[in-house]
Ligand binder design. Structure first.
Ligand code: BTN
Length: 287
């Protein structure tokens, strides 16, 4: 594996995004507790500029449902084994439902535009409701954490505006055996399996501007324009699933507002709460 220190394309990202988001800044930090925690702290202090904050190392990364988010530590190599960044901006969609799914669609399409995956053995990037990226063989590639803060915004700001922080973590290199926590039953996947040329920096350059466009598109039209694109990569569709309360059922895709539809013994359940975790009951479906 080539150990090349990250060369972050901050200027190119800024050039692509600044015309879409006035006042936009890009920041690269060698280390921080969590890029999402930092942008939420800034928002609470009234610092509401659109900001992309990327770091080479998080010391207290956070995942969904109060879980930790660990990246592998390739100490002393200079390589950045995971892409960890957050994008914060004020946003005022009519309906926030489905935002993390729309983010997942945008990230997956940026990393792998073609479906099915191009020839050559690369695995497909799929989306596991509500906000995970998985490979088709049932290993997690990365996750998305969406948080919002309601704010005292300046007069003239559109009603319903909140500062949203979209945090994204993607393994770029394989997670080292020493970093596999006890809760990780299956070693996670990494971007190098999808595209051997990707680095944290090049992945960020691919993802950033389309992500901003996706967020602005979501603010205008909600989740509906993303529904079919999500369906094309829906890992759970047609699969037996178990909800966190133990209910078994089979997943029937997502509704126009991003809710997960699960057919159970009590009929079709509409799962909207991000607090519900869903896991496939059987092995991943074949490609
Ligand atoms: C999950 O899989 O539960 C979501 C993981 C989100 C991790 C990213 S890494 C960048 C940002 N900062 C954090 O502390 N979390 C998100």
């Amino acid at each position: 594996m080539t150990a090349t220190p990250a060369q972050w394309p901050a200027e190119a990202i800024w050039q692509a995004i600044a015309p879409l988001l006035p006042g936009f800044t890009v920041e690269v930090l060698p280390s921080i507790d969590s890029t999402s925690s930092e942008l939420m702290r800034r928002a609470r202090d009234g610092r509401l500029e659109p900001t992309l904050l990327v770091t080479e190392q998080q010391t207290a990364g956070r995942g969904r449902l109060g879980r930790d988010w660990h990246s592998s530590a390739y100490e002393g190599t200079g390589v950045v084994p995971a892409l960890t960044f957050s994008l914060g901006l004020p946003l005022a969609p009519r309906d926030w439902s489905g935002l993390s799914l729309a983010v997942g669609v945008s990230v997956a399409e940026s990393l792998q535009p073609q479906l099915p995956a191009p020839q050559g053995g690369q695995p497909r990037i799929l989306l596991k409701w509500p906000n995970d990226l998985w490979l088709q063989d049932g290993r997690k590639l990365g996750g998305i954490l969406v948080e919002t803060a309601s704010l005292q915004l300046p007069p003239g700001t559109v009603d319903g505006t909140r500062y949203v922080v979209v945090g994204i973590g993607l393994n770029v290199l394989p997670v080292l055996a020493k970093d596999l926590g006890s809760e990780l039953r299956t070693p996670p996947a990494c971007l190098r399996e999808v595209d051997a040329t990707l680095t944290a920096a090049s992945a960020l350059e691919r993802i950033a501007a389309p992500l901003v466009q996706a967020l602005l598109g979501f603010a205008d039209a909600g989740f509906a324009p993303f529904q079919e694109r999500f369906a094309q990569r829906d890992l759970l569709a047609g699969r037996a699933v178990t909800l966190s309360d133990g209910t078994h059922g089979s997943a029937h895709g997502v509704a126009e507002d991003g809710a997960l539809l699960v057919h159970t013994a009590r009929g079709m359940q509409v799962i909207t709460s991000a607090e519900v975790s869903v896991r496939p009951s059987a092995a991943a479906r074949p490609a």
